[in-house]
Design a protein around this ligand. Structure first.
Ligand code: ADP
Length: 540
């Protein structure tokens, strides 16, 4: 008899302590999460239940037994109703079963009222052989039992179904699995106390299962969800060390022992706290970093997607512009040339304007089309061995009238180190040189433009030098980026999209070449260099 009551007392006492610690521990780690809050209610009221049971089975006073009996049944309701809600939160199903949760709370309140003010659920207590007092259920005690059993089953069922419906991430799944397993075992322990109250003379032997249930469940919640093993292990070990040292201190046999044990404990407490803090900090920092990396990856993916969409849009829009522009340009050109009869003098200027503007717009549309081709990796090259001198001379010839319109001269200096042969896509390379000379004209008000051609060390370099607005050293690299224009360009009131040099750079790079700008500074002119490998290959 004596051994039995010791067993029950120890089980209830350990259970109450473990429960209380478990609630506090989870709250300490993260009191903001609903799962943790409800777990804390489950364990803290579970602890009160254990303590009340302990009081009831040990007290010799009938009044205390009466109060303890009622309290323990009320605490049981609060504990298990919270367990039900905890299970809903743990499995992310609270929103779907909100009404069920309200019903559980409502029925719980009803039962608590019946327990507090009537003897329908609980009649009182009688004395027993092992326990000093045993609860006696009332006529409606079955209501209480059915309520507790069904919400416990429902809570476990929610976890069970979540484990099996395949919709849960792996680590969360493991967490639910463990909590489910420990809950099922733990509640068998706690539920075994129902038999006595139903008048069945079987003591709650499995109660020890309840005692350790919160410990394992807490481990599952904390380890698998919020913190990693390292932090939890450090905390548990430190706690054990402290308890061990405290026990030694209490059991000290001499004053010297007492002092030594006291000093060791006093040193170990701050050391332990520092250790735990350090590890927790490290874990938190790593978790934060992981979270940020994930966010960045997601944002990056989204950006890539949006960029693709933009390129697609650009390509579609540009294609739509292309044909109307070609006819505007074509008809304006024919009008200019007198295909539709002689052009009256007063219409010459407007027609010229239409022709020029549509040409400008055509260029921009071409740039857009090129950009979308580059971005979608659809730019195709047709490499052939060609004479760069020829290309440069053709461009100069073509563009000289525009320069003359502005009162500018274009000179050429070739180093005489020909032939200037290289493998290029003639159209695209022509586009690059045209763009550079075009820019030189655009950004130069007076002076001249010199095109240099040099051939040295297996490379050919075309350099376009002008006496224009120059480039700020800070902008030298930036101007090769998409839509990038220097402030001077804006100030000089020259129209442009900021795409030409970006496209030129992509084309030159596809030729295994380099493009760069040099300038002595603002207002002092600039030179754009294009360097590509020289040579003939493939037997040409
Ligand atoms: P756009 O000329 O249409 O603005 P580009 O990509 O061809 O676009 O040029 C980008 C920027 O580089 C220009 O806006 C201008 O600021 C600068 N730039 C280009 N060529 C010259 C030049 N010859 N002299 C000075 N600045 C230039």
């Amino acid at each position: 008899m004596k051994a039995l009551i010791v067993y029950f007392n120890i089980s209830f006492a350990i259970g109450a302590l473990v429960s209380l610690l478990s609630g506090a521990y989870v709250l300490y780690h993260n009191a903001k999460q609903k799962v943790n809050q409800f777990w804390a209610i489950v364990t803290i009221f579970g602890s009160f239940w254990g303590l009340s049971y302990l009081a009831m089975i040990n007290t010799s006073s009938n009044e205390i037994a009466f109060i303890a009996n009622r309290s323990l049944h009320i605490f049981a309701i609060i504990t298990l109703a919270s367990f039900f809600i905890f299970a809903l939160y743990l499995t992310n199903q609270f929103l779907f079963h909100k009404k069920a949760a309200y019903l559980v709370v409502f029925l719980g309140v009803l039962l608590i009222t019946l327990i507090s003010f009537t003897d329908l659920i609980l009649q009182g207590t009688i004395s027993g052989d092992v326990f000093s007092h045993i609860p006696v259920g009332g006529n409606l005690f079955w209501l209480f039992s059915s309520y507790l059993i069904s919400i416990t089953f429902a809570g476990c069922y929610f976890m069970y179904s979540k484990v099996h419906d395949g919709s849960t991430a792996k680590h969360h799944l493991n967490q639910i699995r463990y909590v489910l397993l420990f809950s099922a075992v733990g509640w068998i322990g706690g539920g075994s106390t129902l038999l006595l109250t139903h008048g069945i003379d079987i003591l709650p032997y499995p109660i020890i299962l309840w005692a350790f249930y919160p410990f394992f469940a807490t481990y599952a919640i904390v380890k698998l969800n919020l913190f990693n093993t390292k932090a939890v292990t450090a905390e548990i070990l430190t706690a054990f060390l402290w308890v061990f040292l405290a026990v030694r201190l209490i059991l000290s046999s001499s004053t010297a022992d007492l002092i030594i044990n006291g000093v060791v404990l006093a040193l170990m407490i701050p050391a332990g706290i520092l250790l735990i803090r350090g590890i927790t900090k490290e874990v938190k920092a790593r978790e934060k970093a992981e979270e940020l990396t994930k966010e960045l990856q997601e944002a990056n993916q989204e950006l890539k997607y949006m960029d693709k969409q933009k390129s697609k849009m650009l390509s579609i829009a540009s294609h739509q512009f292309r044909s109307p522009l070609t006819s505007i340009e074509g008809y304006a050109s024919m009008m200019k040339e007198g295909t539709y009869g002689e052009v009256p003098e007063h219409l010459e200027k407007p027609i010229n304007r239409i022709f020029k503007s549509s040409k400008q717009l055509s260029h921009i549309v071409d740039d857009f089309l090129n950009i979308s081709r580059i971005e979608q990796d659809r730019m195709e090259y047709d490499f052939k061995t060609a004479n760069i001198q020829e290309i440069v001379e053709n461009v100069i010839e073509e563009i000289t009238p525009t320069a003359h319109d502005k009162g500018l001269e274009i000179e050429k200096t070739f180093d005489g180190n020909g032939p200037y042969k290289a493998r290029v896509d003639v159209d695209k390379f022509t586009q690059v040189i045209t763009n550079l000379i075009d820019n030189a004209i655009k950004y130069t008000q007076e002076g001249k433009i010199i095109v240099h051609l040099t051939h040295e060390d297996d490379t050919i370099t075309v350099a376009v030098e002008d006496s224009g607005i120059g480039i700020d050293p800070e902008d030298k690299d930036k101007i090769f980026e998409q839509f990038s224009r220097a402030d001077e360009a804006e100030d000089a009131d020259v129209v442009g999209s900021g795409l030409g040099l970006y496209i030129a750079k992509q084309i030159v790079q596809a030729h295994d070449g380099e493009i760069w700008a040099t300038s002595p500074g603002k207002g002092k002119g600039s030179t754009f260099h294009v360097k590509i490998p020289a040579g003939i290959s493939d037997g040409e």
